[in-house]
Design a protein around this ligand. Structure first.
Ligand SMILES: Nc1ncnc2c1ncn2[C@@H]1O[C@H](COP(=O)(O)OP(=O)(O)OP(=O)(O)O)[C@@H](O)[C@H]1O
Ligand SMILES: [Mg+2]
Ligand SMILES: [Zn+2]
Length: 376
């Protein structure tokens, strides 16, 4: 696997984009009717397809097959074979300019851009400017951009992309067509990973895939990069043990195991469990986070059973079942106290030469009353 997975498996047409139907359907329809807008803003979580769709849109705007063949154009997709499509895929198209606003924040870049849009495209129909991380532009640069967005030349398309929509001035936003990219669900991520692994002829366990999908927290790019990292270090077989070893992640069954003891108020065993996790070299910060996350879900589910639907986007069936069982037996006030202690323990762990100590104290503080009065 020489080419990084996330590049090798970047979708080349709208139909291959996973999960962003709201976005892809509208773009496909407007492409079919030849009614592309002149300015778009793509916003939402990292690694969910913004740059990918921006490149597909650049191809749609410039695809030579679409221009020649009106029947094909109605599909609202690029052909991926003509010179324009190939050049854009290879990142070699002069008329498609990607600007990283995080490193080019200033007025000069926007001035260059304004000079550039005055001239017609050299080979293509449209000049497309993809401005990534657009929220990073300075106020001055935004103002300069605004003027251009007010009256964009007909041969120009702007695609602004950002993970921080709130930081983009409303004056800019109101001049664009807006598209929200949502986090991908656990099952969407898992099934893409499975497709990749089958294609790469790498064997795997389902649990290992789910663990990666869970850790990626809605970002397909993160999932694909993690997969890449593990496969390149561990070779042809993807197992839970490999994932754990590389990521220092404690598997879900251990999270459930620990939470089970906490919820059942078993101080003695909880401490043993924690000690064992630390001894095995797992990452205690991650373990604290996993437990907090789990208990948080138990708490919310006990208050609102409808949240199960939301959890299904992020968790596997077996995990939700466990959470439900715990939601039935957990004491709410205790849960709240425990979550609070774990959160404060987390920040104390960072500055502590023995990160396990604040963690243990959080457990002891919350479990002491009932159990220890018999034991001590
Ligand atoms: N919706 C998706 N469908 C299919 N693949 C995706 C999707 N989102 C991300 N990917 C995969 O992740 C990689 C990176 O995605 P992309 O660069 O489009 O993310 P992004 O939203 O622009 O992220 P960032 O906000 O970090 O710039 C793609 O090459 C692709 O392999
Ligand atoms: Mg991007
Ligand atoms: Zn084409």
């Amino acid at each position: 696997m020489s080419l990084a997975i996330y590049r090798k498996y970047r979708p080349k047409k709208l139909a291959d984009v996973i999960g962003q139907e709201n976005v892809t359907t509208i773009i496909k329809n407007s492409a079919a009717q030849d009614k592309l807008a002149h300015a778009y803003i793509f916003y939402g979580s990292r690694g969910t397809g913004k740059t990918t769709v921006a490149r597909i849109l650049s191809k749609i705007a410039n695809c030579q097959t679409r221009k020649k063949d009106s029947e094909f154009a109605k599909k609202g997709e690029p052909c991926n074979k003509c010179q324009a499509c190939l050049a854009i895929d290879a990142g070699q198209a002069l008329d498609v300019v990607e600007i990283d606003a995080a490193s080019n924040r200033g007025i000069d870049e926007i001035r260059d851009l304004k000079e550039n849009i005055k001239t017609l495209p050299s080979l293509f129909n449209y000049k497309v400017f993809i401005i990534d991380e657009v929220h990073m532009l300075t106020t001055q640069a935004f103002n300069a951009l605004l003027k251009t967005l007010e009256e964009p030349p007909t041969h120009v398309i702007f695609i602004l992309a950002t993970t921080e929509y709130e930081k983009v001035p409303p004056t800019i936003i109101s001049r664009t067509q807006r598209f929200h990219f949502r986090k991908l669900t656990l099952s969407e991520i898992s099934s893409k990973l499975e497709t990749i692994l089958k294609n790469e002829k790498t064997s795997y366990s389902k649990e290992a895939i789910e663990m990666i999908a869970y850790l990626a927290d809605g970002s397909l790019r993160d999932a694909e990069s993690l997969l890449d990292q593990i496969i390149s270090l561990k070779g042809e077989n993807l197992t839970v043990a490999n994932v754990e070893e590389i990521l220092g992640k404690v598997d879900f069954s251990k999270t459930v195991g620990m939470c089970d003891l906490l919820i059942k108020n078993d101080l003695k065993q909880s401490l043993e469990f924690l000690y064992d996790i630390a001894n095995k070299g797992y990452n205690l910060f991650q373990f604290n986070k996993d437990i907090t996350e789990y208990l948080r879900r138990v708490l919310s589910l006990s208050l609102n059973p409808d949240l199960e639907e939301m959890f299904k986007r992020e968790l596997a069936e077996a995990e939700i079942n466990k959470i439900q069982q715990h939601a039935k037996i957990a004491n709410r006030d205790k849960l709240i106290a425990l979550i609070k202690s774990l959160i404060s323990a987390y920040s104390q762990m960072k500055y502590n030469p023995f990160p396990i100590a604040p963690f243990e104290i959080a457990v002891i503080e919350n479990l002491k009353e009932e159990k220890t009065k018999f034991n001590l």
